[in-house]
Design a protein around this ligand. Structure first.
Ligand code: UDP
Ligand code: MG
Length: 131
């Protein structure tokens, strides 16, 4: 996902460009806005964390762009492309280093395992959307 502050700031095209240039195949793509309930469900794994409430408010605060990306080693390669959660710790040239505003408003989400990538794909898309 491209998160609300990055969409709002006009970085979507540049971020999608970086994703394509890094060799990912876009299998599905859409702009949408999450309700609080949807954002809460998407991040349910973080329910007990102190930042959960703010994360849910933030992720439902404006439009996001959701995508399904295909590549060999997609999960680890995408996490390398986006960089560390906190942009101040993210490597030069990563999406978060370039475009994130803060540790909370950090421009992009990436799945953390193949299994969660499948769950998160089904959260946003149906099989007909994936081409
Ligand atoms: N987050 C936050 N404060 C923290 C850690 C995380 O606001 O101390 C937010 C941030 O937006 C992050 C999301 O919660 O991207 C999910 O956290 P996770 O540790 O899974 O980081 P990610 O996988 O996105 O790098
Ligand atoms: Mg995560």
């Amino acid at each position: 996902m491209i998160k609300p502050e990055a969409v709002q700031s006009g970085y979507s095209g540049k971020i999608i460009d970086m994703i394509i240039a890094a060799g990912f195949n876009i299998k599905a793509l859409k702009k949408t806005k999450l309700t609080k309930e949807q954002a809460g469900a998407f991040y349910a794994v973080h329910k007990e964390r102190p930042f959960y409430g703010e994360l849910v408010d933030y992720m439902s605060s404006g439009p996001i762009i959701a995508a399904v990306l295909e590549k060999e080693n997609a999960v680890s390669d995408f996490r390398n492309l986006i960089g560390a959660t906190d942009p101040s710790e993210a490597a030069e040239g990563t999406i978060r280093k370039k475009y994130a505003e803060s540790k909370a408003k950090n421009a992009v989400h990436g799945s953390d395992s193949d299994q969660n990538a499948q769950v998160e794909t089904e959260f946003h898309f149906t099989t007909n959307d994936i081409v």
